[in-house]
Design a binder for this molecule. Structure first.
Ligand SMILES: Nc1nc2c(ncn2[C@@H]2O[C@H](COP(=O)(O)OP(=O)(O)OP(=O)(O)O)[C@@H](O)[C@H]2O)c(=O)[nH]1
Length: 226
């Protein structure tokens, strides 16, 4: 099922399942990358399984529910129109909104790879400095246009190393040629988001225990002083 939720990112509503209950798992995913790398192609492939060749310049959030390992998962996907790295406001909104990021470059466009390297740093720094929780948002790096490997300017190794160094997932795919790689990238990110949420819950749980223990000992100390 594919539902367009909103044309105005930041104003979407959480999707609901057919019986009206909230979905079990919902994830906001922002697709970022330089111009022409195939962000819309990836999104449309994931939503419709099709590659249509040309895509408009509409910035949208789409909602798409899927079943992974018997569990329903709803993706809200923010397909950006070439967000320039210099547009701070736009980037900040996406950083706040997203649970995870798909950063796309074209294997034939080195500048788009450099843009992804910068975007990884930006996300890591922004998330860690703005959050009390040290767990950063998960990122999947995607090298697209694999079908054009004869025009390749970025090796698979470079992509893999970038992802490894920054603790990101990595996929090299062709949105034009097949659906499977695109599916793996989205599902891979969903897995990372799930793991991150579990880690955050664990961290919150430990903080709660530390707070309770401190409160008990604090009380005992003040009772002893009375
Ligand atoms: N050969 C090939 N072409 C692709 C692939 N993915 C996308 N394209 C083409 O690349 C061009 C740009 O694709 P888009 O999906 O519009 O790229 P975008 O990143 O959304 O572009 P902006 O909206 O301008 O930022 C289009 O002509 C697509 O048909 C791919 O895997 N292989």
């Amino acid at each position: 099922m594919v539902v367009r939720v909103s044309r105005r990112p930041g104003h979407h509503q959480r999707s609901r399942t057919m019986d009206g209950n909230p979905p079990k798992f919902e994830a906001n995913i922002a697709l970022l990358g330089a111009e022409n790398v195939g962000k819309s192609a990836l999104t449309v492939r994931f939503l419709t399984r099709r590659f249509i060749g040309e895509y408009g310049d509409i910035e949208s959030i789409y909602s798409h529910c899927d079943t992974i390992d018997g569990r329903e998962i709803c993706f809200n996907i923010w397909d950006s129109v070439c967000p320039q790295l210099g547009i701070a406001d736009h980037n900040n909104k996406q950083l706040q909104w997203a649970d995870g990021f798909i950063l796309v470059y074209s294997i034939c466009d080195r500048a788009s790879f450099t843009a992804v390297e910068q975007q990884v740093q930006r996300i890591r720094q922004a998330r860690v400095s703005s959050s009390k929780c040290p767990v950063s948002a998960p990122i999947v790096v995607v090298g697209n246009k694999r079908d054009l490997r004869h025009r390749r300017t970025v090796s698979s190794e470079e992509g893999r190393l970038l992802a490894l160094a920054a603790d990101c997932g990595f996929f090299e795919i062709s949105a034009a040629e097949n659906y499977h790689g695109v599916l793996l990238a989205f599902h891979g990110l969903a897995d990372l988001i799930r793991e991150t949420r579990a880690l955050k819950k664990g961290a919150a749980g430990i903080k709660g225990i530390v707070r309770s223990v401190s409160a008990v000992f604090g009380r005992r100390r003040s009772e002893a002083q009375d």
